[in-house]
Design a protein. Structure first.
Length: 147
C-alpha cells in the first residue's frame, strides 16, 4: 500500500504531548479533526484497548499505536515527532519520540498486519529515522516518510 494513500500531510505533526495518554489523545483528536465522521473518543478507546494488550512501543524510540474501527472504509494514519521523548512502555524500555498511528476498518485484519509490517520496516531504516528526528516541521516529516 502506498503510504500517501493513508497518511495525509495534515496528519503529520511535531508536538510535545508529555505522556503516553496525552499523545494517544492527540492522535485521536488529529484523526477526528481530519475525518469529521469519526469520534475522537472512539479512536482513543480503540488505541487504548490495543495498548492494554501490550505496548506498541517497538523499540529504538518508535511506537506504532494502532486500532480498528467499524466507522472507516480504508486505513488512516498519523505521524508524530515528539519534541521531547515520552515514556511509552516500549519493549526496550527507552522513551519514544516517533509515533506512527494507524486505524483500519474492523474487517481488514490482513491489510492491517501488512501495513503495520511495512511501516515497522520503513521506520527501522536508520537513515529515515535520523532524517525524521532532524525534521523541523510537519512538512519536512511528511516529505521524509513518503519519499
Amino acid at each position: 500500500m502506498e503510504l500517501r494513500t493513508i497518511l495525509q500531510p495534515a496528519c503529520t505533526t511535531c508536538a510535545t504531548p508529555g505522556s503516553k495518554k496525552k499523545v494517544l489523545e492527540l492522535i485521536s483528536n488529529l484523526m477526528a479533526d481530519q475525518y469529521p465522521t469519526l469520534s475522537s473518543q472512539a479512536i482513543f478507546e480503540s488505541l487504548i484497548a490495543r495498548e492494554k494488550m501490550g505496548s506498541t512501543g517497538i523499540g529504538n524510540g518508535i511506537a506504532i499505536p494502532h486500532g480498528r474501527l467499524d466507522d472507516i472504509e480504508s486505513p488512516i494514519a498519523i505521524l508524530i515527532k515528539c519534541e521531547e521523548a515520552i515514556d511509552f512502555d516500549a519493549i526496550d524500555k527507552k522513551p519514544v519520540d516517533i509515533l506512527f498511528a494507524l486505524l483500519v476498518p474492523s474487517e481488514q485484519c490482513q491489510q492491517h498486519l501488512s501495513t503495520l509490517s511495512s511501516m515497522a520496516e520503513k521506520l527501522s531504516d536508520k537513515l529515515i529515522l535520523k532524517r525524521l528526528r532532524k525534521s523541523h516541521d510537519a512538512t519536512e516529516l511528511y516529505q521524509v516518510i513518503t519519499a
